[in-house]
Design a protein around this ligand. Sequence first.
Ligand code: ADP
Length: 480
Amino acid sequence: MKIVHAASELFPYVKTGGLADAVASLAGTLADHGHEVSVFLPGYRAALEHPEVAGAARKLRLKIEMGDQFLTGDVRVFSPRKNLQVYLVCREEFFDRRNPYGTGERDYEDNADRFIFFCKGVVETLRLADLQADVVHCHDWQTALLPLLVRDAERKHGVTLAVKTVFTIHNIAYQGLFPRSVFARTNLPEDLNNIDGLEYYEQTNLLKGGILFADRVTTVSPRYAKEIQTPEFGNGLDGVVQTREDDIVGFVNGVDMAVWNPATDELLPARYSMANLAGKQACRGELARQCGFGSQFKGPVFGVVCRFAEQKGLELLLANRGFFITQECRLVVLGSGEKRYVDALRELSAQAPSKVFLSVKLDEKMSHLIEAGSDFFVMPSLFEPCGLNQMYSQIYGTVPIVSRVGGLIDTVVDIDESPETGTGIMCAPTTEGIGEGLHRALKLYADKPRLAAVQRRGMSRDFSWRAAAEGYERLYQESL
Ligand code: ADP
């Protein structure tokens, strides 16, 4: 099949979260399966500065209609592996910036224009380069207009650009919600500017376009596919998602085993496997050294790596700050994002500097070291469409402590509910729930044979992309 993906992030060129990993692994796996895969990405500064991209050839010039203006841009293309082409839709004014979406505090004011331009650049390239896609698969709000724009361009130019469109919701909390006036920039027919189209309470909601108008809709875990049809998790779009109730499916993201595998991980100071965990101890020692924990401490190391956003439940972790101060244990937190969390975590770390370590940055290497060197990995998320770190943790022999929500339910088995098969600790997403989970972790840590059995079961789980990629392949085939 000829499969075109469009997304606003792609590992290793630009990443703020799991979206980048998911799109890269899915596209790579499909390419390995022999499909002809193209991925479209905005030509961000970070991507253009990446060594692999430096030699990317200019493919074509764009002239994009945006409302009553025309904006120019260009498209660069390179091939990072067999069967895979990456297209960068470039326009300096929009994408030559430090971050993809905004400064830490605020989104860029022109995000609507930036991503409408990107989507139109994708459609224009499909047409001008005659890519003849079987499937155009788009991801999240930044590309949610594509199903509509593809069909609109086909009508205007009397061509077929894509046989089918697929839209994946990676996180329904981010919707691309803009003032109503933004609709004019899409140049779509006015009959889509109402409640059955993109309008949402007097605003323009781009995500809604993807949910309503793609041929197929998917999300990143079966549990999340159900949750987003409820008011609790639907972020106001539960009714819209319900209209696709019969054909929304969830595939759990896989793990890119070329990147996340303790036996081959070059970012670690030592490698290890289920048969020999000595390397894990070495990683733990190095982590403790980097965090200033000293070498002679008792108790487990708890690790956290996440975006500092409300979703990640840091509030629940912070409400349990007393645990980390009074108990025999260590806590290391890596992340970046909202200032209120940075401040609160800094305060906690200042209170107990030899026990709590905070690093506020994006640090790929450190994230691997935390996965490998921690004894437990904490994810107190309020909601979690899929989540990746709980899977990385299991593969790395690090026991996940997770909220009982979304994809975490689909990927972690609780050790008390299922003593024979358990791989982690599941908690209610409340202060008490997480507190209880932390205490259960201490108990498990004290029982070394049981801890070793839980680690082994986690490490032997198959979280590879094979299952998910096959799910998407089946979906493409069926829809065609
Ligand atoms: P989300 O997409 O909601 O952020 P996921 O768990 O799906 O959450 O994916 C997060 C990804 O981003 C993981 O690969 C995680 O290791 C990574 N990540 C998050 N924060 C950082 C950071 N500060 N440094 C390095 N990697 C990070």
